[in-house]
Design a protein around this ligand. Sequence first.
Ligand code: NAD
Ligand code: ZN
Length: 382
Amino acid sequence: MRAMVYRGPYKIRVEEKDIPAIEHPNDAIVRVELAAICGSDLHLYHGMMPDTRVGTTFGHEFIGVVHEVGSSVESLKPGDRVMVPFNISCGSCYFCSRGLLSNCHNVNPNATAVGGIYGYSHTTGGYDGGQAEYVRVPFADVGPTVIPDWMDDEDAVLLTDAVATGYFGAQLGEIREGDTVAVFGAGPIGLVAAKTAWFMGAARVIVIDHLEYRLEKARSFAHAETVNFAELDDVVVHLKRTTDGLGADVAIDAVGAEADGSFLQHVTSAKLKLQGGSPVALNWAIDGVRKGGTVSVVGAYGPIFNAVKFGDALNKGLTLRMNQAPVKRQWPRLFEHIRNGHLKPSELVTHRIPLEHIAEGYHIFSAKLDGCIKPLVVPGAN
Ligand code: NAD
Ligand code: ZN
């Protein structure tokens, strides 16, 4: 089969690989019809995530057709069209049975923290991902769901991560009626968090980024107020000014470890590798939220950080909530929102790239060229 293969930071190729085989009776092999590139893949692409091994295939957002099932699989059969959550979970351990599907204890040798994720380094189990013609799906009775016939494929593929994660980010904010919600990052995750914050009772939603074309999307897709931090001396002071000097009730970090906005942080992380990334957006969230407020973190962070304003978070009495999104837990409500027409995830899609050209897709998405918000990858196209 053809598959995206990582060859080192900023080096991606499409190569020939063996079609994955059933390794366990509850595996399925899925022929991928549509995949996506996620902001998380960019951390791998930039060489920021530990234990990202050369030769592996990325891709944790995908839909496809069941090609083969193991002997114990009961809920799927060959020919079923399925959407596959990015989390690999056993469905029955201490954590899965409490709904912590992203923290499964049985799918990753590093399971003291994260569970399993497709194509997201050996830190999350070393599974090959779905930016390929075929992918092995473990615990096939737990994660995948048959795509409802009323659902569009592009909505389905975004539900396997971006939409579920953005919605989860808003949920972690514990938004109450009348709240002002500040969302850092106008990528797919931040845009969905901003859009769905309204569903939870927000009275104001403010999206912060420095890419004007993405802020435009925040206005049109999420009906949010926008702030371009590059035009301000101090984004936190600005946020306070527009919130009676108090700060937002809720701040959502949908940026993660590669935040821009501080030259010093950029040098100590990306250049000198003295820390695992830049906590600029996280610190802006901590500073920009009012005392007693909630900071929700869905932006991804890798290893150790310096200079996170933890003392301020303590002294302000903040609630900090965070996790990798437990995708399948979000689906019932999101299915409803999509079916009712409140949410149209495919409005975020800007690029549809044949698998053979995936390297170009990574470049465009990483460098934020050509108005790129969400690129899809199409294995069948040429
Ligand atoms: P993206 O790269 O498309 O978007 C990130 C945005 O943040 C960009 O528009 C960028 O300009 C902006 N940005 C950079 N520095 C900023 C700053 N200091 N303040 C405000 N905005 C800033 O990525 P995405 O697909 O939207 O993903 C966002 C984050 O969410 C990534 O870290 C990704 O790894 C993470 N993620 C987490 C989960 C999870 O389950 N927790 C799932 C998917 C993605
Ligand atoms: Zn992702």
